[in-house]
Design a protein around this ligand. Structure first.
Ligand code: NAD
Length: 478
């Protein structure tokens, strides 16, 4: 997978690598003084976090919008603030149960001994987050980390410097540096950050940087959760209700102007239906956004380099024979000035096109002719394991076959993206789209050590296994 960040990073460079070491040491020392915080103190932290985020919602909306050029306020409210609110409420409701010591069965030959599992905080969690949903992707891992009783250090992306500075200032109002610390700066800071000896490191970003972060963490034997990207396919079954399908794909693709890790990347469907689908997608995009230039509800592409990358994907596809259809009739120069890209449907695609090889991360939607379900499954299986997979249809047999025969991080059926905000199911990738998971109980477990404890009984028969060995020993080991 090609790295999708071609721009020169914006450097704010405020955190020095030496400061990172100092903060980590201070967090670890504070943790060691009180390594198993009780529920009351964890809950207080989650409540503080919720108040801080909600209390500064308008400032976050503005800072993120300024970083993007324009970020629709609703994109921030729906895909960041609401998700965080849901995540914190869920954690507050369920963590007391998750943090309890659990009884585990004991095999017959070890009775009357007992087994228990004690969930224990790990210590200091490192969080590296990307620019596309800067608030959600910094704060949701923090919710899991704090709920599990940890301290945390966060390094947001250099592409959102205003947001990063605001996050630092806002979190400092409710947390000491020994509890939660935000590091700001460029790739140099991120790289130093990934080399710290955290007790767990959560990285959200591209697959290529994920490889580097995994390597750095591996050298320190720091366990990682890698939340990466990739090409998330959509299969449209013969049985799909087309109006609903088109509206939901358009919504998933246009949220944040397609700059979403789980955005539907490309569509697989029978050739005979592609023209009608393409017409309907264009019509739906024009209904959602009658104009794109100057429309405050339509998010801009984050940086010039990303805008150029999307134009390059289209040029490459066109040169190789694709048909390109752009929604609306906005002035091209104005769109370029605002870094806004309308929904663009790309048909007559072939596998050699860059748009079929790289994660798109923008509102371009290639459609691939695929006559049967087996053809679609074959295409997906030949690619890297995706972060998300979408299937639209009513035929339950086909739906179940897709669920059985594909491996992806997660799935939404007759929807795009919404599996991500279900706190009762894990969220994560698989293979090149990631490793490990968080959200809800999955997050609690990722940021806890599930300590297995064997409690021997004074009535144990175990002494029969002590030397010198006797007939009783031989009887016991069979
Ligand atoms: P990116 O990989 O370029 O950057 C992510 C973070 O890594 C940033 O904070 C950056 O500062 C840091 N970084 C950059 N170079 C580094 C290095 N050498 N060592 C350590 N850290 C480094 O990703 P991006 O462009 O910010 O985000 C887009 C990508 O993230 C897409 O591929 C998208 O699919 C993926 N993503 C995944 C999820 C998910 O939950 N799975 C969510 C959002 C985005």
């Amino acid at each position: 997978m090609v790295r999708i960040n071609p721009d020169k990073p914006v450097s704010t460079g405020t955190t020095k690598p030496a400061e990172l070491d100092t903060v980590l040491a201070a967090q670890r020392a504070a943790f060691n003084k009180n390594p198993n915080s009780d529920w009351a103190s964890r809950k207080a932290k989650l409540v503080t976090l919720r108040e801080l985020i909600l209390g500064h919602e308008a400032e976050f909306i503005k800072a993120i919008s300024d970083d993007f050029g324009n970020r629709a306020a609703e994109d921030t409210l729906i895909a960041e603030c609401l998700v965080i609110q849901g995540g914190i409420s869920h954690a507050i409701k369920h963590t007391p149960k998750w943090m309890k010591t659990r009884k585990a069965p004991t095999a017959l030959q070890y009775l009357p001994a007992k087994n228990v599992i004690i969930p224990q905080p790990l210590g200091v969690i490192g969080i590296i987050s990307p620019w596309n949903y800067p608030l959600q992707l910094a704060v949701m891992p923090l919710v899991g980390a704090l709920g599990a009783g940890n301290r945390a250090m966060i390094k947001p992306s250099e592409y959102t410097p205003r947001f990063s500075q605001l996050l630092k200032e806002v979190l400092a109002k409710g947390f000491t540096d020994e509890e939660v610390f935000v590091a700001t700066g460029g790739v140099d800071v991120a790289s130093a950050f990934s080399n710290l000896t955290f007790d767990h490191l959560v990285f959200t970003g591209s697959t290529s940087v994920g490889r580097m972060v995994g390597k750095a963490a591996g050298a320190n034997l720091v366990p990682v959760t890698l939340e990466l990207g990739g090409k998330s396919p959509v299969i449209i079954d013969e049985s799909a209700k087309m109006d609903m399908t088109v509206a939901r794909i358009a919504n998933g693709k246009l949220l944040n102007a397609g700059q979403t890790c789980v955005a539907p990347d490309y569509v697989l469907m029978p050739e005979a239906k592609i023209n009608a689908f393409s017409d309907a997608m264009i019509a739906k995009a024009e209904e959602f956004f009658p104009t794109v230039a100057g429309n405050p509800d339509y998010t801009s592409i984050i940086a010039d380099g990303h805008y150029a990358r999307l134009q390059d994907l289209l040029e490459d596809a066109e040169n190789k024979g694709a048909t390109i259809r752009v929604a609306g009739d906005d002035d091209k120069q104005q769109l370029a000035k605002e870094r806004r890209v309308p929904l663009t449907v790309v048909t007559n695609t072939t596998p050699d096109m860059k748009i079929m090889q790289e994660e798109i991360f923008g509102p371009l939607l290639p459609v691939v002719a695929s006559e049967t379900l087996d053809d679609s499954l074959d295409t997906i299986q030949k690619g890297e394991r995706p972060l998300a997979l979408y299937w639209f249809g009513e035929n339950k047999g086909n739906r179940d076959k897709v669920l059985r025969e594909t491996i992806s991080g997660g799935v939404s059926i007759n929807e795009t993206a919404w599996h991500v905000v279900q706190e009762d199911i894990p969220f994560g990738g698989v293979g090149p789209s990631g490793m490990g998971a968080y959200h809800g109980e999955a997050g609690f477990q990722s940021f806890s050590h599930m300590k297995g404890v064997f409690i021997q009984s004074k009535f144990s028969q175990g002494k029969n296994l002590f030397p010198p060995y006797t007939n009783k020993t031989r009887k016991m080991i069979g």
